[in-house]
Design a protein around this ligand. Sequence first.
Ligand SMILES: C[S@@+](CC[C@H](N)C(=O)[O-])C[C@H]1O[C@@H](n2cnc3c(N)ncnc32)[C@H](O)[C@@H]1O
Length: 344
Amino acid sequence: MSATEEAESLKMLFRNQHAFLLPKIMFTASDLGVFDLLMESKEPLTSVTIAERLGTSPFGMERLLDACVGYKFLQVERKENQTLYGNTNLANLYLGKRSPKTQYYSLKLNAEFVYMRAQHLADSVREGEAQTYRLSDSSTKKFYEAMYRSESGLREFMEYMHEMWSLCGRDVLNAFDLSNFPLVCDLGGNGALAKEYISLYPNSTVTILDLPEVVETGKKHFVSSEEHRITFHEGDFFKDPIPEADLYILARILHSFTDENCVHLLTRLNKACKPGGGVLVVEIVLNEDRTGPLEAHIYGLVMLLCTAGKERTLSEYNALLSAAGFKDIQQKKAILFDAILGRK
Ligand SMILES: C[S@@+](CC[C@H](N)C(=O)[O-])C[C@H]1O[C@@H](n2cnc3c(N)ncnc32)[C@H](O)[C@@H]1O
């Protein structure tokens, strides 16, 4: 290794060791209102002004702002001997609570819930939580129980789910021409993909099948009562009757469950599916040689910490879908996520 390479490795080592601070930095700055203030002020501000307007110590605020500059969430300019802070495009778009494509609830979930679970990563790796709970998938159930314990927790989790599809829902649904599937059932949906679907396909209707708490909150806060083409159906998709449909959407569902439970669920869908219908699985698919993408590895660890599931390669999804009776399985890449379509 050359001296330059070693210096680069040391730098990377240092940064990676401290990368645990990153979700905290992003969420703290967002939650305190730094990005909203800078977006709305229309001009860059000093750390003292930002601290004053947000009611924090100037000393602490300056540290936070400088770290945000280091990670390129903020930019600085020097004017008349003052350092002025302004948002980068990334902050304007995603990081403010009032940003047009805000990811606030995603930042919160990662900086609080997942961060806490990550304290136990070594235990999860040692015990292989997914294996321990293999038969009952009870770790996935426990995850939802923890999330849905309070109405505010449930709403925040649903906001988090919506945020992702506000960024890439349309792209995922555009991966295939789904115009031959007017009657849709989104399992474990919450309204975000359903809204995209009916706006893309004017003759379609979507039934959302989810747990009773989600259905209640979804009706109250996420889907307007004027939206007659979206209906809610409460139930447990492992046990309760599955509504008949041309297309079943499973977005970020299979990666929470064991292979056995995935095949059980997919088999139920295959039985309920209209002839000529299909299933659309939306997940981040692992490369066959498991070298990436990094996003799949990240989700894989989150699944290990929170559920009984895992990310899978296309061959692995193929095996699950085929075991349940689906054929003609095709994959299309969308932004961040992959869409896999299987036909009955
Ligand atoms: C990870 S979220 C995915 C939500 C949505 N499809 C998306 O991608 O944004 C999983 C969803 O499945 C629902 N869910 C989990 N287990 C379920 C079950 N046994 N029956 C029905 N819904 C379930 C949860 O309530 C939650 O809304």
